[in-house]
Design a protein around this ligand. Structure first.
Ligand code: WT7
Length: 666
C-alpha cells in the first residue's frame, strides 16, 4: 500500500444508502469564556465580513502578510484548479522570521526545544534567522536552486524547522518525510518527487533508544538516482570520531555534516521572491488505498490560510507560548508548528520524543517548565493520557494553560470532557479543529470566546470556508448524517497531486462533481454544528443503517472500564455487516465474559440495539499507523478471519500478530 508504483488506484464506488444514520447524541454544551471576549469581538465580525464578501475577507487576511508585489486577482477558479493572489510576490522567510528582527523583540524566543534525553535549546528570532540564512547558503553551495525538491528526514529537532525555512528562503520545494517512516517509504517519496538533496540526522531519540535515521537514509538513497547530496545533522553523536560514527558512516562526495557546511556559510542569504502560486512544499499522505499522494501546497494562499487560522483559532498573543505537539512530518507540524506560529512571531515549544519518557508526565512537566499557554494535540494522545490516569497531570502546575486544541480524528465526548477537566481544569476552551493534509489549514473549528462548544463537535466552518452536507447523490441536506463537502475554493487548498493531476481530479472532485470531497462522513445537528463521523470507509452498514465506527467507539469509551476502542464492520449473513469491537481496558480492569455483556449493554444503552457489537475482542494494543490512526482494515481482516493485508505502515507490526494469535481462530 505504501509504495508509489501504481499511480492510479481504481475508484470503487461503494453502494450507499441516502444518508448516514446518526444515533449518538451529545447534549452537553459549553458557553464561550468571558476571558476571551477580546477575541470574540474581532471574531464575531469575521463571520459577518466573510459571509458578506468571501474574497474580500480572504484578501484582508492576505494583507496581514508582507507582499513585495501586490496580487492582481484574489482568486482565479477553473474547477478544480485554483490560483490565489495571482501576480502577487512575497518572501516566505521574511514573513516567518524577519518581522520581529528589526524591532526590540528580536531576542524573543522563537523555538524552545526539549530533546528527549532532557537536553534543551532556545533559539531567539535573531538566532533562528541566522541559522536559516546559513542553511540556505549551504544548500546554495550544493547547487540547490529554486524549484528543486529537497527531502527532509529528521527527528523533531530545531534543524527540521530551520531546514524547511531554508528551503523556502531559496525557493526550493521541501518534502518532509516523517522520521518514523521506513527506508522504503522514504525512498518512494524521494523518487516520486525526484529530490536532489536529502537532509537527515545521524539519529534521534525515541523512548531512550537511538533511531538510526542515517542508516535508513543510506538504505533509501541507494535506490534514489536523483539525490546528489545528503546533509547530516549530528544529533546523537558527541563530536566527530565519537558515537556518531556508529550511526552515520559518511559517503565521500555525497554526504556532508550539517554543522560543517553551516560553519563556513554566511548568515546573510538574500531571499528568493516567490510568486503566490509557486510551490512551497509537497507532503505525502497515504490514502486507504493506492500509493501515497504528493499533496502540493503553494505559497501565498497557504500562508494566508495558516496565519489567519493561527490568529483566530488559537487567539495568539505576543506573550503566548504555543505548543503544537505534532511532528513536522505531518501537515499539522507544517502549518501549526512552523509556518502559522512563526509568521505571528510566536514562541513555540518543540519536543523530540515520546510523551511517556522518562515518565508519563513528560508533557505536563514541559507545560509547567515552559509556561505553555496554548496547547494543541491529538485525541489519540488524550486517550493515552486518560488511560494512564489523572495523577500524571495532577503532579504539575498547569495554570499557565488558557486554550486547548485537538486535531486528527473525531474526539470522543468522554475524552473531550477528560481534557477539559484534567488538563484545562474547566477553565480552558477547547478548539476541536477539523482539517486535512489536503486543506492546508483548519477548516471547521470553534473560535474561542465566540463559539459555544459541544464535546465531540468541530462546530462551524471557519469564516470564509463554505461546507455543505450532501447525501449519496450529492443533494444538499439541511441536517442529519451525510457527506462533508466543501463547495468553494479556499486559499490553503491543495493545488494538485505532484505528478498526477488526473488523480487529483478523480480523488477529490469526482465523487460529488463540482465539490471537494476528501472522504469524511459527518452529521449536522439542529444548531448547524458539524460532527465529523470519520472517513466514510470506516462507516459501517448494519442492516441497512449506516453507523459511524466512531459513535460506537465513543459509547464504549464512555464505559468506566474502557480506555480505548476501535470498531469495524464485519461481513454478516443477515445484517450485511455486524459490529466488531476491539477494546483496550483501563489499567486494573480485567476482561471477562460478564464485562463483555456489560459493554454490549452499555452500547445498546447509549445508542440503541442496532449498534450492539456482535463481537468484542479485548486487547492490549491496537494496530496503528505511525501517525496514530487505527488501521481498521487490519481489524476487519482479523474480525473476518482473513489473511492479513499489508502491514507495512504499522507503527508496531507485532500488535497484529498478537491479536491474530489471540483471535485469529475465533
Ligand atoms: C483526516 C485528515 C489535519 C491534520 C491531521 C490529520 C480526520 C482531522 C479531525 C477532527 C474529526 C478529524 C478526518 C480527516 N480529522 N481532524 N477535528 N475531527 N476528524 O491530517 O492525515 O490529512 O487526516 O483526519 O477524517 O479527513 P490527515
Amino acid at each position: 500500500m505504501d509504495t508509489l508504483h501504481e499511480s492510479h488506484f481504481p475508484h470503487t464506488p461503494r453502494p450507499m444508502t441516502d444518508q448516514i444514520d446518526t444515533l449518538l447524541t451529545e447534549q452537553r454544551s459549553f458557553s464561550p469564556d468571558a476571558s476571551f471576549q477580546e477575541a470574540a469581538l474581532g471574531a464575531a465580525d469575521l463571520y459577518a465580513a466573510a459571509s458578506t464578501d468571501r474574497l474580500a475577507f480572504w484578501a484582508d487576511q492576505a494583507r496581514a502578510l508582507d507582499w513585495i508585489t501586490p496580487w492582481k486577482e484574489v482568486l482565479n477558479w477553473t474547477l478544480p484548479h485554483a490560483r490565489w493572489f495571482d501576480g502577487g510576490q512575497l518572501i516566505v522567510a521574511a514573513n516567518c522570521l524577519v518581522r520581529l528582527l528589526h524591532g526590540p523583540r528580536r531576542q524573543k524566543a522563537a523555538i524552545m526545544w526539549d530533546g528527549e534525553p532532557v537536553d534543551r535549546r532556545v533559539y531567539t528570532y535573531w538566532d533562528l534567522a541566522r541559522e536559516v540564512g546559513r542553511a540556505a547558503n549551504a544548500l546554495k553551495t550544493l547547487g540547490v536552486t529554486k524549484g528543486d525538491r529537497v527531502a527532509i528526514y529528521l527527528p523533531m529537532i530545531p534543524e527540521a524547522a530551520i531546514a524547511m525555512l531554508a528551503c523556502a528562503r531559496i525557493g526550493a520545494i521541501h518534502s518532509v518525510v516523517f522520521g518514523g517512516f521506513s527506508a522504503e517509504s522514504l525512498r518512494d517519496r524521494i523518487n516520486d518527487a525526484e529530490a536532489v538533496a536529502l537532509i537527515t540526522a545521524d539519529g534521534g531519540y525515541r523512548r531512550g533508544q537511538v533511531v538510526p535515521l542515517k542508516r535508513f537514509a543510506d538504505e533509501a538513497v541507494v535506490g534514489c538516482p536523483s539525490i546528489r547530496d545528503v546533509i547530516v545533522v549530528r544529533r546523537v553523536g558527541g563530536g566527530e570520531g565519537g558515537a556518531s560514527e556508529t550511526f552515520a558512516s559518511m559517503t565521500e562526495g555525497r554526504d556532508h555534516w550539517w554543522h560543517r557546511l553551516l560553519e563556513h556559510a554566511s548568515a546573510d542569504c538574500p531571499p528568493e521572491p516567490m510568486e503566490a502560486e509557486d510551490i512551497l512544499f509537497i507532503l505525502y499522505t497515504s490514502g486507504t488505498t493506492g500509493a501515497p499522494k504528493g499533496i502540493v501546497h503553494t505559497t501565498g494562499g497557504y500562508l494566508t490560510h495558516t496565519t489567519a487560522t493561527t490568529k483566530y483559532v488559537f487567539d495568539l498573543k505576543d506573550e503566548d507560548v504555543f505548543w503544537c505537539t505534532a511532528d513536522v512530518g505531518w501537515v499539522t507540524g507544517h502549518s501549526y508548528v512552523v509556518y502559522g506560529p512563526l509568521a505571528h512571531g510566536a514562541t513555540i515549544v518543540m519536543y523530540e520524543g515520546a510523551p511517556d519518557w522518562p515518565d508519563r508526565d513528560r508533557f505536563w512537566s514541559m507545560v509547567a517548565t515552559h509556561g505553555v499557554t496554548v496547547f494543541y494535540t491529538a485525541p489519540t494522545a488524550i486517550r493515552a493520557f486518560m488511560k494512564w490516569g489523572p495523577s500524571y497531570p495532577a503532579k504539575h502546575d498547569l495554570s499557565t494553560l488558557r486554550l486547548l486544541g485537538t486535531v486528527g480524528e473525531p474526539i470522543n465526548p468522554e475524552a473531550w470532557i477528560w481534557y477539559h477537566e484534567q488538563i484545562g481544569k474547566e477553565r480552558c476552551p477547547i478548539v476541536d479543529t477539523w482539517w486535512q493534509t489536503e486543506t492546508g489549514g483548519i477548516m471547521i473549528t470553534p473560535l474561542p470566546g465566540v463559539t459555544t462548544t459541544k464535546p465531540g463537535s468541530a462546530t462551524k466552518p471557519f469564516p470564509g470556508i463554505e461546507a455543505e452536507l450532501v447525501d449519496a447523490q450529492g443533494r444538499p441536506m439541511a441536517g442529519g448524517g451525510g457527506f462533508l463537502t466543501i463547495t468553494s475554493p479556499w486559499p490553503g487548498m491543495l493545488r494538485t497531486i505532484w505528478g498526477d493531476d488526473q488523480r487529483y481530479q478523480e480523488t477529490y472532485w469526482s465523487r460529488f462533481p463540482g465539490r471537494y470531497f476528501a472522504g469524511d462522513g459527518a452529521k449536522l445537528d439542529e444548531d448547524g454544528y458539524w460532527w465529523i463521523l470519520g472517513r466514510v470507509d470506516d462507516v459501517m452498514n448494519v442492516a441497512g443503517h449506516r453507523i459511524g465506527s466512531m459513535e460506537v467507539e465513543s459509547a464504549l469509551v464512555d464505559h468506566p472500564s474502557v480506555a480505548e476502542a476501535a470498531v469495524v464492520g464485519k461481513a454478516h449473513d443477515l445484517k450485511g455487516q455486524a459490529i466488531a469491537a476491539f477494546v483496550i481496558l483501563k489499567e486494573g480492569q480485567t476482561a471477562s465474559p460478564s464485562l463483555r455483556d456489560d459493554l454490549r449493554d452499555h452500547v445498546v444503552g447509549k445508542i440503541g440495539a442496532i449498534a450492539k457489537p456482535e463481537d468484542i475482542f479485548f486487547c492490549g494494543d491496537l494496530p496503528k499507523t505511525r501517525s496514530g490512526k487505527i488501521m481498521r482494515r487490519l481489524l476487519k481482516d482479523i474480525a473476518e478471519g482473513r489473511t492479513l493485508g499489508d502491514t507495512t505502515t504499522l507503527a508496531d507490526p507485532a500488535v497484529v500478530s498478537r491479536l491474530k494469535e489471540m483471535y485469529g481462530e475465533e
